[in-house]
Each structure stands twice: as C-alpha cells, then as structure tokens.
Design a protein around this ligand. Structure first.
Ligand code: NAD
Ligand code: UDP
Length: 311
C-alpha cells in the first residue's frame, strides 16, 4: 500500500484522482484550502479509513510523509485564477517549492499538473512538448501561465540539483462530473446554460478551437505517468487531440441536451488562445499506448447527467 498525497484533491480533477487511487488500494491524503474545490467532491470518500482530508494552503509549508505526490493545487478556470492573480502566482510557485521540499525530504516521486497554457497563444500547431510557447508575460492570463511555467522550472531544477524524482504532465482542457457549475469554463457554462434554456455565451466569433479530454482519460494518463521509470520525467502532453471550435461545441451541447437555447456573442477576453491541440505522440510512446478512449459526445452525455443531478 502506497501513501499518496494529492494537493488540490478536493477540486474537479483531484477528486477523481483520489477516488481512483483509493480504489487501487492506496492510502490517500487529500490536502486542499477549498478555494475552488469543495468537501462535497470527496464526501463519499470520508468513510474510507485509508482516506484523510486536510484543510491547508500550499503556500505555507507542511510536513507529511508520502511515497508519491500529485501536485494539483491551483485554481484552473480563468475567472478563478484572475480573481486574485498574486495569490495564483504564490500558489503555483510557493506551492511548488513546498511540495518539492517535501519530496526531497521524503524521497517521494512527485507529479506536477502543468498545463497547455505553457504554450500560451501557440504559433506551432498542434503543440509538441519541445515548443517553448507564446505567452504574454504581463497579460491577464500571465498569473496562471507564468506561475505554471515557473513551477515547471522549479521541478526541473529540483530534479537536476537535488535528484528529486519528478514527472511533469501538461494537461489540455479537461471536463467531466464534479466541475463547479459556476466555474466559468466553457463546457460547464454551456451545459448549465443549455439545461436552463438560457442563451449559450460564445466569446468572440466562436472560431477559436480547443481539444477537450474527458476526466477518466486524464486520470489514466496521470497514473501511468507516475508509474514510469525514474528517467522518464516529461514534460508530456496529456489531452484529446480532437479539436473543435467553440461554435461547434455550442451546437453539439444544444443538440445533446435537446435544449431550445440560442447562441449569444460576447467580447473575446484578452489573450484568449486562438487554437489548441495536443500532439500526443510522446504520451503514446512512454505511457504504453495510452490514448483517450472517450470522445466528446460520450463524455458530454456523462457530464450532462451529472449537472442534471446537481442543478
Ligand atoms: P479546480 O479548481 O477544480 O481544482 C484545484 C484545487 O486546488 C481546488 O480544490 C482548490 O480549492 C485547490 N487549491 C487552490 N489553491 C490552493 C492553495 N493555495 N492551497 C491548497 N489548495 C488549493 O481545478 P482542476 O480543473 O481540478 O485543476 C487541477 C489542476 O490541474 C490545477 O493545477 C490545474 O492548473 C491543472 N489543469 C487543469 C486543466 C483542466 O482543464 N481542468 C487543464 C490544465 C491543467
Ligand atoms: N468561452 C466561451 N464562452 C464561455 C466560456 C468560455 O466562448 O462561456 C471560450 C473562451 O473564450 C475560450 C474557450 O471557450 O476561447 C475555452 O475557455 P475555458 O475558459 O474553458 O478554457 P481556456 O481558455 O483556459 O482554454
């Protein structure tokens, strides 16, 4: 039985990861400050004697023994990470320093939940891991993008300087049950709007693209990455390469929900990336032919079922 620490474990991705790790017979410590996550996401795990929930902010040090660490603590939706940008940077940077220090002391393996935002508004398409990106260092999204870029640098340097056993994954847009209904991300917004027969809010002309990955495919990729040999450190893209415009996404969600909603257009936020699609050749190679199994329509149906229950 491994003792596994998941920071940000009460959030959308973290809650699925904690459940899967427990189901595989591990002891799981979930650490969260509940900024965007909630106890509700993990309440069904509280009776499990091998699950422990700790309220803590990763910007201050903590002392826990662990064999593996998944570092997920950080708000992920633009409205949440822009709410207090300085705090977002502190969470990524000081959080990384604190978890890396912990990994150094305990000799734990540690995985960083990095992001496709590392590539900014990418000029290379699809995005390969050796592309360095096109990020505005002082723009609205920079608190998240540059915080995550600095965290990657910290992970790499703790590995080189202190032999910490690191893994870096770059997660592309992921969706599924346990997303917060007011999260502001496009899939949760569109589903909530469609179920309430309200207009779907497209920012810009709706021709910008994203590639959406269902949560189960991500969790599988994360666990496979953690179990790779110590010389495999990444960064590696984990995402679903099927690319859609926001207009196509809106039309699909209206169709699948059978909603009478119309579409309304709003101003595009500054620095909103025009296109995003992962090249997953490296993930397939190092993660034993890992690839996404759940395509958009199937994933949307599962996610819509969840929102119907909680709304
Ligand atoms: P989320 O907002 O649902 O989860 C983040 C969790 O971190 C929340 O439970 C929140 O309360 C917690 N948290 C935030 N600041 C904290 C702090 N200072 N101390 C302790 N806990 C803190 O978002 P998510 O979608 O589950 O994302 C999880 C991780 O994956 C994040 O690091 C995010 O950057 C990364 N990621 C997500 C996506 C995606 O599409 N969902 C894409 C790329 C990367
Ligand atoms: N978006 C939109 N309507 C919404 C929310 C988002 O058109 O109600 C757009 C947003 O401008 C972006 C895309 O959808 O182009 C994905 O946004 P999200 O916040 O989900 O993720 P990110 O921009 O971080 O990839």
């Amino acid at each position: 039985m491994k003792k596994i620490l998941v920071t940000g474990g009460a959030g959308f991705i973290g809650s699925h990861l904690c459940e899967r790790l427990l189901n595989e017979g591990n002891e799981v410590i979930c650490l969260d400050n509940y900024f965007t996550g909630t106890k509700r996401n993990v309440v069904h795990l509280l009776n499990n004697p091998y699950f422990e929930l700790i309220r803590h902010d990763v910007t201050t040090p903590f002392f826990i023994e662990a064999d593996e660490i998944y570092n997920l603590a950080c708000p992920a939706s633009p409205i949440h990470y822009q709410y207090n940008p300085i705090k977002t940077i502190k969470t990524s940077v000081m959080g990384a320093i604190n978890v890396l220090g912990l990994a150094k002391r305990t000799k734990a393996k540690i995985l960083q939940a990095s992001t496709s935002e590392i590539y900014g508004d990418p000029i290379v398409h699809p995005q390969v891991e050796d592309y360095w990106g096109n990020v505005n260092p002082i723009g609205l999204r920079s608190c998240y993008d540059e915080g995550k870029r600095c965290a990657e640098s910290l992970f790499m340097n703790y590995h080189k300087q202190n032999n910490v056993r690191i893994k870096i994954i770059r997660i592309f847009n992921t969706y599924g049950p346990n997303m917060h209904p007011n999260d502001g991300r496009v899939i949760s917004n569109f589903i909530v709007q469609a179920l309430n027969n309200k207009p779907l809010t497209i920012y810009g002309n709706g021709l910008q693209t994203r590639s959406f990955q269902y949560i189960d495919d991500l969790v599988e990729g994360m666990i496979r990455m953690m179990s790779t040999a110590d010389d495999i450190i990444g960064p590696v893209n984990i995402g679903n390469p099927n690319e859609f415009t926001m207009l196509e996404l809106a039309t699909k969600i209206i169709d699948v929900t059978g909603s009478g909603s119309k579409i309304e257009y709003f101003k595009l936020p500054d620095d909103d990336p025009v296109q995003r699609q992962p090249d997953i050749s490296l993930a397939k190679k190092i993660l034993h032919n890992w690839e996404p199994k759940i395509q958009l329509e199937e994933g949307l149906i599962k996610t819509i079922e969840y929102f119907k229950k909680i709304l």
